[in-house]
Design a protein around this ligand. Structure first.
Ligand code: C5P
Length: 398
């Protein structure tokens, strides 16, 4: 997937620097050439010799190396790459990048480059959460830098929380996505997926049987066409797609906030099975069992996220796609639903038990648009996703 590509890999100094060795191997395995750069502090964690041996290339470390300058100037070095990847990115290097410092080779390359930049931060949890780092992060995002991770978990320093370098396969997937040449390259799209859980009290909830299979397949298919996918998912059993931005939510209210926060997007696909109702007064403490007394739940209506987004003005996505699971009279009901919700397309499917579609691996859908109803033959959910993604690319003129 990366053949013919060149990645300038800047390794900055943190304990996670050892993972950069594995990263070099995996990137090269996929056909990419890797030009490694080590900051002075990274040299305390990994040796130039091992980095250079794995990369099969010279490692650059010094801004004022006359031999390097004679061979390839540092400005040139930053421009021949298809991507500049900083992994791990320390708090210090992020701060330098955000403020445009250029006092050493790594920061100079980052300031001089005109190629896309991706960073995979890794640092102590307090450093990550510090307002200064979060400010720098926002600045870097605003400058167009792609940020992968960090993960939350046990840290080498003994603390727990966000700050771990994301796993190497995830970095490789993000690189592949950044360098993919699909028709949706550079387009941001949103996909909602999975069920929602509506709390009754802190330990109980109301849920539905959505597995998240179709939504996940759609996110993957859009990603494979080069889109930047924001995947807002409820607590679904299906594994999360890689190479997309995953936002985990529980309830419909949380899903709505995540969706509105992810706008603007070029297209939005609402594949989630959002609960229609939530418990009106969810209890903040566990409801106690009392002999002879049964709790009575009252419900309130959840916001209809699809209808709300369809009705937006300036922030409305260029294409809004809803789903309709019906058990009878599929086309008539779905056509009415399209009108009611104000979306552009409805992907309707027959979920009556005899079809075996709900929870199964296949789907038979009808695509409803202003051009009418188009029945697709029964096929795998992945095939439905690919066909839908291709139609979305076409509709966006990609
Ligand atoms: O009204 P119904 O639930 O059948 O509509 C299904 C479509 O509306 C799906 O695309 C679903 O994701 C979306 N929806 C939503 N918010 C809700 C209910 C449904 O976005 N509260």
């Amino acid at each position: 997937m990366l053949s013919g590509k060149r990645i300038l890999l800047i390794i900055s100094g943190g304990i996670a620097a050892y993972k950069a060795l594995e990263l070099i191997r995996r990137l090269r395995e996929r056909g990419s050439a890797v030009t490694p750069v080590l900051t002075p502090s990274a040299r305390e964690f990994v040796t130039p010799l091992s980095v250079s041996a794995l990369a099969g290339e010279k490692v650059y470390t010094d801004l004022f190396d006359l031999t390097d300058e004679a061979e390839m100037g540092h400005i040139q070095l930053s421009r021949v790459a298809d991507l500049v990847l900083v992994a791990p990115a320390t708090a210090d290097l992020m701060a330098k990048m955000a403020h445009g410092f250029a006092g050493d080779l790594a920061s100079t390359l980052l300031l001089a480059t005109d190629t896309p930049v991706m960073i995979a931060p890794a640092m102590n949890v307090r450093m990550w959460e510090h307002p200064a780092t979060q400010r720098n992060l926002a600045t870097l995002r605003g400058d167009g830098v792609t940020v992968v991770g960090p993960d939350a978990g046990d840290m080498a320093c003994g603390e727990y929380g966000p700050g771990r370098l994301v796993e190497v396969p995830q970095i490789v997937a993000a690189v592949e996505r950044a360098l993919a040449d699909g028709p949706l390259k550079g387009r941001r799209v949103l996909v909602t997926s999975g069920p929602t859980h509506e709390p009754i009290d802190p330990v109980r909830y109301i849920a539905n049987r959505s597995s998240g299979a179709q939504g996940t397949a759609i996110a993957e298919a859009l990603r494979d066409l080069g889109a930047e996918v924001v995947f807002v998912t409820g607590p679904a059993e299906k594994a999360r797609p890689t190479g997309v931005e995953v936002i985990e939510v529980e309830s419909a209210l949380e899903m709505r906030a995540a969706v509105l926060g992810a706008l603007p997007v070029a297209a939005a696909v609402f594949a989630a099975a959002v609960a229609d109702w939530r418990v009106a007064q969810a209890s903040s403490s566990k409801i106690k069992k009392q002999a002879g007394r049964l709790p009575v739940l009252e419900f309130s209506e959840n916001p209809d996220i699809l209808a709300e987004v369809s009705g937006l003005g300036e922030e409305r996505p260029g294409l809004v796609v809803g789903f309709a699971a019906e058990t009878d009279d599929v086309v008539a009901h779905a056509t009415a639903k399209r009108q009611r919700k104000g979306c552009d397309w409805i992907v309707a499917n027959d979920v009556s038990p005899a079809t075996g579609i709900m929870g199964g691996s296949e789907n038979a859908v009808v695509l409803i648009s202003d051009a009418g109803a188009e029945a697709w033959p029964r096929m795998g959910k992945r095939a439905v996703a690919e066909r839908l993604a291709a139609r979305i690319a076409e509709a966006l003129g990609a």
